[in-house]
Design a protein around this ligand. Structure first.
Ligand SMILES: Nc1ncnc2c1ncn2[C@@H]1O[C@H](COP(=O)(O)OP(=O)(O)OP(=O)(O)O)[C@@H](O)[C@H]1O
Ligand SMILES: [Mg+2]
Length: 269
Protein backbone atom coordinates (compact mmCIF):
# COMPACT_ATOMS: atom_id res chain seq x y z
CA UNK A 1 0.00 0.00 0.00
CA UNK A 2 1.14 3.52 -0.74
CA UNK A 3 -0.12 6.55 1.14
CA UNK A 4 0.79 9.85 -0.45
CA UNK A 5 0.03 13.29 0.95
CA UNK A 6 0.38 16.33 -1.27
CA UNK A 7 0.39 19.73 0.50
CA UNK A 8 -2.18 18.34 2.93
CA UNK A 9 -3.82 21.02 5.06
CA UNK A 10 -6.49 20.70 7.70
CA UNK A 11 -8.33 23.53 9.40
CA UNK A 12 -10.95 22.45 11.98
CA UNK A 13 -14.33 24.21 11.97
CA UNK A 14 -13.10 26.03 15.13
CA UNK A 15 -10.43 27.71 12.99
CA UNK A 16 -7.54 25.63 14.43
CA UNK A 17 -5.06 24.98 11.64
CA UNK A 18 -3.81 21.52 12.61
CA UNK A 19 -1.98 20.62 9.36
CA UNK A 20 -0.07 23.21 7.37
CA UNK A 21 0.91 21.63 4.06
CA UNK A 22 2.22 18.13 4.65
CA UNK A 23 4.04 16.30 1.85
CA UNK A 24 4.71 12.68 2.73
CA UNK A 25 4.90 9.21 1.23
CA UNK A 26 4.52 6.04 3.30
CA UNK A 27 4.69 2.68 1.55
CA UNK A 28 5.84 -0.90 1.90
CA UNK A 29 5.62 -2.98 5.06
CA UNK A 30 8.35 -1.44 7.24
CA UNK A 31 6.57 -0.30 10.43
CA UNK A 32 6.45 3.51 10.78
CA UNK A 33 6.44 5.55 13.99
CA UNK A 34 5.03 9.08 14.13
CA UNK A 35 6.27 11.21 17.02
CA UNK A 36 5.97 14.84 18.12
CA UNK A 37 4.75 16.90 21.04
CA UNK A 38 1.10 17.22 22.12
CA UNK A 39 -0.92 19.14 19.56
CA UNK A 40 1.66 18.67 16.77
CA UNK A 41 -1.05 17.27 14.48
CA UNK A 42 -0.28 13.53 14.62
CA UNK A 43 -3.85 12.33 15.19
CA UNK A 44 -5.23 14.82 12.67
CA UNK A 45 -2.70 13.54 10.13
CA UNK A 46 -3.46 9.83 10.44
CA UNK A 47 -7.24 10.36 10.51
CA UNK A 48 -6.79 11.41 6.86
CA UNK A 49 -5.42 8.00 5.92
CA UNK A 50 -8.88 6.40 5.80
CA UNK A 51 -10.99 9.49 5.41
CA UNK A 52 -12.23 9.97 9.01
CA UNK A 53 -11.06 13.53 8.34
CA UNK A 54 -11.01 15.03 4.86
CA UNK A 55 -8.39 17.48 3.57
CA UNK A 56 -9.43 21.12 3.73
CA UNK A 57 -6.60 21.72 1.25
CA UNK A 58 -4.21 19.48 -0.67
CA UNK A 59 -4.68 15.80 -1.44
CA UNK A 60 -4.48 12.32 0.05
CA UNK A 61 -3.86 9.47 -2.38
CA UNK A 62 -4.18 5.81 -1.38
CA UNK A 63 -2.50 3.62 -4.01
CA UNK A 64 -2.92 6.61 -6.29
CA UNK A 65 -6.66 7.02 -5.66
CA UNK A 66 -7.99 10.25 -4.16
CA UNK A 67 -9.35 9.72 -0.64
CA UNK A 68 -12.46 11.71 -1.55
CA UNK A 69 -13.50 9.03 -4.07
CA UNK A 70 -14.73 6.68 -1.32
CA UNK A 71 -16.49 6.74 2.04
CA UNK A 72 -14.65 6.10 5.31
CA UNK A 73 -16.52 2.79 5.66
CA UNK A 74 -15.15 1.71 2.27
CA UNK A 75 -11.58 2.83 3.05
CA UNK A 76 -11.69 1.09 6.44
CA UNK A 77 -11.52 -2.29 4.70
CA UNK A 78 -8.00 -1.34 3.60
CA UNK A 79 -6.88 1.11 6.28
CA UNK A 80 -7.87 0.55 9.93
CA UNK A 81 -7.48 3.26 12.57
CA UNK A 82 -7.38 2.43 16.30
CA UNK A 83 -8.54 5.46 18.30
CA UNK A 84 -6.27 7.21 20.81
CA UNK A 85 -8.94 6.93 23.51
CA UNK A 86 -10.57 3.45 23.70
CA UNK A 87 -13.81 4.97 24.98
CA UNK A 88 -14.20 6.74 21.60
CA UNK A 89 -14.26 3.33 19.91
CA UNK A 90 -15.82 0.72 22.23
CA UNK A 91 -19.64 0.67 22.23
CA UNK A 92 -20.79 -2.95 22.58
CA UNK A 93 -21.34 -5.19 25.64
CA UNK A 94 -18.53 -7.71 25.16
CA UNK A 95 -15.13 -7.95 23.51
CA UNK A 96 -16.48 -10.77 21.32
CA UNK A 97 -19.21 -8.44 19.96
CA UNK A 98 -16.66 -5.66 19.44
CA UNK A 99 -14.45 -8.09 17.52
CA UNK A 100 -17.33 -9.37 15.34
CA UNK A 101 -18.86 -5.99 14.57
CA UNK A 102 -16.47 -4.69 11.88
CA UNK A 103 -16.07 -7.99 10.01
CA UNK A 104 -19.88 -8.46 9.91
CA UNK A 105 -20.31 -4.91 8.56
CA UNK A 106 -17.98 -5.64 5.66
CA UNK A 107 -19.60 -9.01 4.96
CA UNK A 108 -16.69 -11.21 6.01
CA UNK A 109 -17.74 -14.90 5.74
CA UNK A 110 -18.64 -16.60 9.09
CA UNK A 111 -15.81 -19.10 8.72
CA UNK A 112 -13.22 -16.35 8.27
CA UNK A 113 -14.65 -14.42 11.25
CA UNK A 114 -14.14 -17.52 13.41
CA UNK A 115 -10.55 -17.91 12.21
CA UNK A 116 -9.86 -14.23 12.81
CA UNK A 117 -11.43 -14.44 16.30
CA UNK A 118 -9.04 -17.25 17.28
CA UNK A 119 -6.01 -15.54 15.80
CA UNK A 120 -6.72 -12.03 17.12
CA UNK A 121 -7.81 -13.05 20.63
CA UNK A 122 -4.59 -15.07 20.91
CA UNK A 123 -2.45 -12.25 19.51
CA UNK A 124 -3.98 -9.66 21.86
CA UNK A 125 -3.97 -12.10 24.83
CA UNK A 126 -7.71 -11.68 25.33
CA UNK A 127 -8.81 -15.28 24.77
CA UNK A 128 -10.22 -15.74 28.26
CA UNK A 129 -11.77 -12.24 28.36
CA UNK A 130 -13.93 -12.41 25.23
CA UNK A 131 -17.23 -12.45 27.10
CA UNK A 132 -16.40 -9.70 29.58
CA UNK A 133 -18.07 -6.29 29.47
CA UNK A 134 -15.60 -3.55 28.47
CA UNK A 135 -16.46 -1.75 31.76
CA UNK A 136 -14.79 -4.67 33.54
CA UNK A 137 -11.53 -4.34 31.65
CA UNK A 138 -8.38 -2.52 32.71
CA UNK A 139 -7.22 0.37 30.50
CA UNK A 140 -4.59 -1.93 29.00
CA UNK A 141 -7.19 -4.58 28.15
CA UNK A 142 -9.49 -1.93 26.68
CA UNK A 143 -6.64 -0.76 24.45
CA UNK A 144 -6.03 -4.31 23.24
CA UNK A 145 -9.76 -4.71 22.67
CA UNK A 146 -9.74 -1.71 20.31
CA UNK A 147 -6.53 -2.90 18.63
CA UNK A 148 -8.02 -6.38 18.19
CA UNK A 149 -11.29 -5.08 16.71
CA UNK A 150 -9.39 -3.34 13.94
CA UNK A 151 -7.06 -6.28 13.23
CA UNK A 152 -10.21 -8.46 13.00
CA UNK A 153 -11.15 -6.63 9.77
CA UNK A 154 -7.83 -7.77 8.24
CA UNK A 155 -6.93 -4.38 6.71
CA UNK A 156 -3.70 -3.90 4.76
CA UNK A 157 -2.72 -0.84 6.79
CA UNK A 158 -3.22 -0.59 10.56
CA UNK A 159 -2.80 2.67 12.46
CA UNK A 160 -2.30 2.69 16.24
CA UNK A 161 -2.77 6.07 17.92
CA UNK A 162 -0.75 6.12 21.18
CA UNK A 163 -1.05 2.39 21.95
CA UNK A 164 1.78 2.71 24.51
CA UNK A 165 -0.07 5.31 26.58
CA UNK A 166 -0.68 3.83 30.06
CA UNK A 167 0.97 0.49 29.17
CA UNK A 168 3.22 -1.40 31.55
CA UNK A 169 6.25 -3.45 30.46
CA UNK A 170 4.06 -6.48 29.72
CA UNK A 171 1.70 -4.34 27.61
CA UNK A 172 4.61 -2.99 25.59
CA UNK A 173 5.83 -6.55 24.98
CA UNK A 174 2.38 -7.53 23.75
CA UNK A 175 2.41 -4.53 21.41
CA UNK A 176 5.89 -5.33 20.15
CA UNK A 177 4.71 -8.80 19.21
CA UNK A 178 1.63 -7.41 17.46
CA UNK A 179 3.70 -4.95 15.37
CA UNK A 180 6.15 -7.72 14.41
CA UNK A 181 3.39 -10.21 13.58
CA UNK A 182 1.57 -7.68 11.38
CA UNK A 183 4.80 -6.90 9.55
CA UNK A 184 5.45 -10.60 8.98
CA UNK A 185 1.93 -10.86 7.53
CA UNK A 186 2.84 -8.14 5.00
CA UNK A 187 0.77 -5.38 6.64
CA UNK A 188 1.86 -1.77 7.01
CA UNK A 189 1.71 -0.72 10.65
CA UNK A 190 1.78 3.01 11.48
CA UNK A 191 2.09 3.89 15.18
CA UNK A 192 1.92 7.20 17.01
CA UNK A 193 3.85 7.10 20.27
CA UNK A 194 5.37 9.31 22.96
CA UNK A 195 7.47 6.39 24.27
CA UNK A 196 10.85 6.88 22.59
CA UNK A 197 12.31 3.66 23.95
CA UNK A 198 9.44 1.73 22.39
CA UNK A 199 9.87 3.69 19.15
CA UNK A 200 13.58 2.96 18.68
CA UNK A 201 13.18 -0.68 19.66
CA UNK A 202 10.44 -1.36 17.14
CA UNK A 203 10.57 1.15 14.28
CA UNK A 204 13.27 1.94 11.76
CA UNK A 205 11.18 4.52 9.89
CA UNK A 206 10.41 7.54 12.08
CA UNK A 207 8.44 10.68 11.19
CA UNK A 208 8.61 13.73 13.47
CA UNK A 209 5.68 16.16 13.40
CA UNK A 210 5.99 19.71 14.66
CA UNK A 211 3.31 22.42 14.59
CA UNK A 212 1.29 20.89 11.78
CA UNK A 213 4.25 19.97 9.57
CA UNK A 214 6.64 17.08 9.05
CA UNK A 215 9.96 18.15 10.55
CA UNK A 216 11.94 14.94 9.98
CA UNK A 217 11.24 11.74 8.05
CA UNK A 218 13.69 8.88 7.69
CA UNK A 219 15.72 6.13 9.28
CA UNK A 220 15.50 6.23 13.10
CA UNK A 221 19.29 6.65 13.51
CA UNK A 222 19.29 9.59 11.08
CA UNK A 223 16.30 11.18 12.78
CA UNK A 224 17.59 10.85 16.35
CA UNK A 225 21.04 12.15 15.37
CA UNK A 226 19.53 15.56 14.49
CA UNK A 227 19.66 16.95 18.00
CA UNK A 228 18.94 20.60 17.14
CA UNK A 229 15.95 19.87 14.95
CA UNK A 230 14.54 17.49 17.56
CA UNK A 231 14.76 20.26 20.14
CA UNK A 232 12.47 22.40 17.96
CA UNK A 233 9.87 19.65 18.16
CA UNK A 234 10.39 19.12 21.93
CA UNK A 235 11.15 15.46 21.31
CA UNK A 236 13.86 13.95 23.49
CA UNK A 237 15.72 10.88 22.25
CA UNK A 238 15.73 7.86 24.62
CA UNK A 239 17.94 8.36 27.73
CA UNK A 240 20.80 6.13 26.54
CA UNK A 241 20.92 7.99 23.21
CA UNK A 242 21.12 11.32 25.04
CA UNK A 243 23.92 10.13 27.32
CA UNK A 244 25.92 9.02 24.27
CA UNK A 245 25.26 12.33 22.51
CA UNK A 246 26.35 14.29 25.60
CA UNK A 247 29.51 12.17 25.79
CA UNK A 248 30.27 13.16 22.19
CA UNK A 249 29.76 9.72 20.57
CA UNK A 250 29.60 10.10 16.78
CA UNK A 251 27.23 7.16 16.25
CA UNK A 252 23.63 7.31 17.41
CA UNK A 253 23.06 4.46 19.86
CA UNK A 254 19.76 3.00 21.02
CA UNK A 255 20.75 0.27 23.50
CA UNK A 256 23.46 -0.85 25.91
CA UNK A 257 25.20 -3.13 23.40
CA UNK A 258 25.50 -0.31 20.87
CA UNK A 259 26.61 2.06 23.62
CA UNK A 260 29.37 -0.28 24.81
CA UNK A 261 30.56 -0.94 21.26
CA UNK A 262 30.97 2.79 20.66
CA UNK A 263 32.57 3.20 24.08
CA UNK A 264 35.17 0.49 23.31
CA UNK A 265 35.83 1.97 19.85
CA UNK A 266 36.67 5.29 21.45
CA UNK A 267 39.01 3.68 23.98
CA UNK A 268 40.91 1.98 21.17
CA UNK A 269 41.45 5.25 19.29
N1 LIG B 1 -11.84 18.25 17.01
C1 LIG B 1 -11.03 19.32 17.03
N2 LIG B 1 -11.53 20.57 16.90
C2 LIG B 1 -10.71 21.65 16.91
N3 LIG B 1 -9.38 21.60 17.03
C3 LIG B 1 -8.82 20.39 17.16
C4 LIG B 1 -9.62 19.19 17.17
N4 LIG B 1 -8.78 18.13 17.33
C5 LIG B 1 -7.55 18.63 17.41
N5 LIG B 1 -7.57 19.98 17.32
C6 LIG B 1 -6.41 20.89 17.36
O1 LIG B 1 -5.53 20.53 16.28
C7 LIG B 1 -4.18 20.54 16.70
C8 LIG B 1 -3.55 19.20 16.46
O2 LIG B 1 -4.20 18.25 17.31
P1 LIG B 1 -3.92 16.67 17.23
O3 LIG B 1 -4.90 16.03 18.12
O4 LIG B 1 -3.90 16.26 15.80
O5 LIG B 1 -2.45 16.61 17.83
P2 LIG B 1 -1.62 15.34 18.35
O6 LIG B 1 -0.24 15.53 17.80
O7 LIG B 1 -2.32 14.10 18.05
O8 LIG B 1 -1.55 15.62 19.93
P3 LIG B 1 -1.51 14.55 21.17
O9 LIG B 1 -0.09 14.08 21.25
O10 LIG B 1 -1.89 15.39 22.34
O11 LIG B 1 -2.49 13.46 20.88
C9 LIG B 1 -4.18 21.00 18.16
O12 LIG B 1 -3.97 22.38 18.20
C10 LIG B 1 -5.59 20.67 18.63
O13 LIG B 1 -5.99 21.55 19.63
MG1 LIG C 1 -3.11 12.59 19.19
Amino acid sequence: MRIELISLGHVYPTGDEALKGVDLVIEGTEPVAIIGQNGAGKTTLVKHFNGILRPTSGQVLINGEDINNRSTAQWSRDVGYVFQNPDDQIFLETIRKEFEFGPKQIGMPEEKIKEQMDFVSELCLLKDKLDLHPFDLTLTEKKFCTIGSIIMMDPKVIIFDEPTCGQDVEGNKRLKNIVKTLQDMGKLCITISHDMKFVVENFRHVIVMCKGKVLLDGDSKEVFSQVDKLKQSFVSPPPITRVAQKAGFKETVFNIDEFMREFDNRKEK
